[in-house]
Design a protein around this ligand. Structure first.
Ligand code: ADP
Ligand code: MG
Length: 280
């Protein structure tokens, strides 16, 4: 079953005003439970707007967003509550996502708002902190953590709500390479252990290459929706939308132009290494 279905969604900011912006111009795609998708697109292409439509924070002006069988447009209070719980979002700035001065209280904030019994809250917090590899910090304060660690706490906060879909909206954009790697390893671990559906918005092509499927937006429209190897190895199509392929893909592209024989779609360093060893 599709956990998310987007049908011709249109979203307009400041509708009817002079500064009207049509951020989404008829977006359609389906997400199956368990998929790992990266959502790419240049600045202003509509990625964050789409993320907000997917968890019911914004409602489409035209078309429909269906989460877990329920349309966000017609959802009444209880259904909207379910939709928000089904789709958790981790944002870009870790500092804006901290609410408490003790880490475990911070992670407990969401489940407490759901009104869960305290034993279950405790269990969820322990589980979520374990999944992001931050259990040993649970009594500490989030403010002294590195950016990568803060983002892992933010991810734990979303995990503790046990969403079926987790959206990361450029959650590594403000981190140094080490922090980025920490967060990406965390996402990978959650994928492996929980099989959670993940939609990762990123402008780093090497991060996008970790997903199974890539959706690219350009000016509020879906311009690419394909298997990650196909999408990210198409250097020229990506370029057309102002996007870069992963570095190893661009290296392979240049080598091929110079006559090196490299077969298949290369989107990871490992694939490039293996193909180079075998090339003539
Ligand atoms: P992305 O996340 O891909 O950078 P956004 O979804 O943030 O793109 O923005 C899509 C378009 O909507 C852009 O043109 C942006 O300027 C506009 N936009 C985003 N948020 C607002 C807002 N709150 N008010 C008006 N326009 C907005
Ligand atoms: Mg954005």
């Amino acid at each position: 079953m599709n956990i998310i279905s987007v049908k011709n969604a249109v979203y307009v900011y400041n509708s009817g005003l002079e500064d009207e912006v049509m951020a989404l111009r008829g977006v359609s795609f389906d997400v199956e439970q368990g998929e790992f998708i990266s959502l790419i697109g240049s600045n202003g292409s509509g990625k964050s707007t789409l993320a907000r439509l997917l968890n019911g924070l914004y409602l489409p002006d035209e078309g429909e967003v269906i989460v877990n069988g329920k349309s966000t447009l017609t959802a009444k209070h209880k259904d909207m509550f379910d939709i928000r719980r089904t789709v958790g979002v981790v944002f870009q700035n870790p500092d804006n996502q901290m609410v408490a001065s003790i880490i475990e209280d911070d992670v407990a904030f969401g489940p407490e708002n759901l009104g869960l019994p305290s034993a279950e809250i405790k269990e969820r917090v322990e589980w979520a902190l374990d999944r992001v590899g931050m259990s040993e910090y649970r009594k500490g304060t989030p403010f002294r953590l590195s950016g990568g660690q803060k983002q892992r706490i933010a991810i734990a906060g979303v995990l503790a709500l046990m969403p079926r879909v987790m959206i990361l909206d450029e959650s590594t954009a403000m981190l140094d390479p080490r922090g980025r790697k920490e967060v990406m390893d965390t996402v990978r671990r959650i994928r492996e252990k929980e099989g959670m559906t993940v939609i990762m918005i990123t402008h780093f092509p090497d991060e996008a290459a970790l997903a199974d499927r890539v959706i690219a937006l350009s000016e509020g429209r879906v311009v690419i929706d394909a298997d990650a190897h196909r999408a990210l190895s198409d250097v020229e199509t990506l370029r057309q939308y102002g996007l870069d392929a992963p570095l190893c893909t661009r290296v392979a592209y240049e080598l091929r132009k110079r006559g090196v024989e490299l077969d298949g779609n290369i989107i990871t360093d490992r694939e490039l290494r293996e193909k180079l060893c075998r090339s003539k």
